[in-house]
Design a protein around this ligand. Sequence first.
Ligand code: MTE
Ligand code: MO
Length: 337
Amino acid sequence: MLIKLPKASDSKESDITPESFYLSRRSLLGSSLAGLAVSALPCWAKAEEAARYADVEPGKPPAWFTEKLPQTQWQAVNVKGEAITPFKDATHYNNFYEFGTDKSDPAQNAGALKTQPWTVVIDGEVGKPGRYALEDFMKPYQLEERIYRLRCVEAWSMVIPWMGFPLSALLKQVEPTSKAKYIRFETLQDPKVMPGQRSGFALIDWPYVEGLRLDEAMNPLAILAVGMYGRELPNQNGAPLRLVVPWKYGFKSVKSIVRISLVEDQPKTTWQSIAADEYGFYANVNPQVDHPRWTQARERRLPSSLFSPNVRETQMFNGYGDEVASLYSGLDLRKNY
Ligand SMILES: Nc1nc2c(c(=O)[nH]1)N[C@H]1C(S)=C(S)[C@@H](COP(=O)(O)O)O[C@H]1N2
Ligand SMILES: [Mo]
């Protein structure tokens, strides 16, 4: 991954809170919270929220998604006072190498990906392996909305409202055996629609693979997302199913998942295979452990430009230390980067 980090400057924060934006969004979705939400809004916020809502392109959600929306509970996790990244930035500045290596490639090329029907395979060390149509796979779970920071290893970041369900709920469902120590995720492999898989970008041994230790996967912050900004996931963000682990660098959040395996040994992940000295298995956000080629102490919060780089200090575990630090007690985070 290449990077150009602008010089530090004052960061600008929007004065709008994610909570109020989200409640107003709810009302537009026609949820049962709508009445409450509108009356809770400070009147000064309304114009800007309407503008933000206008930024979200409506998706064509599958029926099961719309059915699950009305009961969706939302939660902004440790992002108070930080603005939600505009939809346009979150959907036009992406890493999804299957669709090209430029940030604009995924938005341009991922439209060709067909996400319905979609099959997810559960296998390995589980009592209940299976092969599911996505709508059946989703049946047991209630959607939740989680507003999280996303910190890429390239030192840019966003704040994204995801919709999904806890990975722990899936794990309970599939009954890992006593041998299961790790969870391994695999992205779709389809060179016909994924130009990155046919190009000469031979560094990557497709499919894209990521993994977590089982106790990390059980942490309540880890979710499988099917939506963002109150709609289903745009293809460039990993439709129809992606992982979100907000205390880790973005590359752990594997997109367009087709296979989830419980395994005994630590899976060999894509970025480790490319450059093990630069991208570790843990990949916990850590401002004290620099990437060999750049500092991780700071990040550019999108939207960011040369004139307004919007640089801020990176937080340990991306600001989620209270929730996850105990997973790593006794582990040398310099060695296990
Ligand atoms: N299959 C797959 N998943 C992927 C990637 C990828 O190239 N392929 N890029 C990762 C990286 S480096 C980041 S930062 C995030 C970006 O997610 P976003 O585009 O939704 O912001 O997706 C991650 N998941
Ligand atoms: Mo990334």
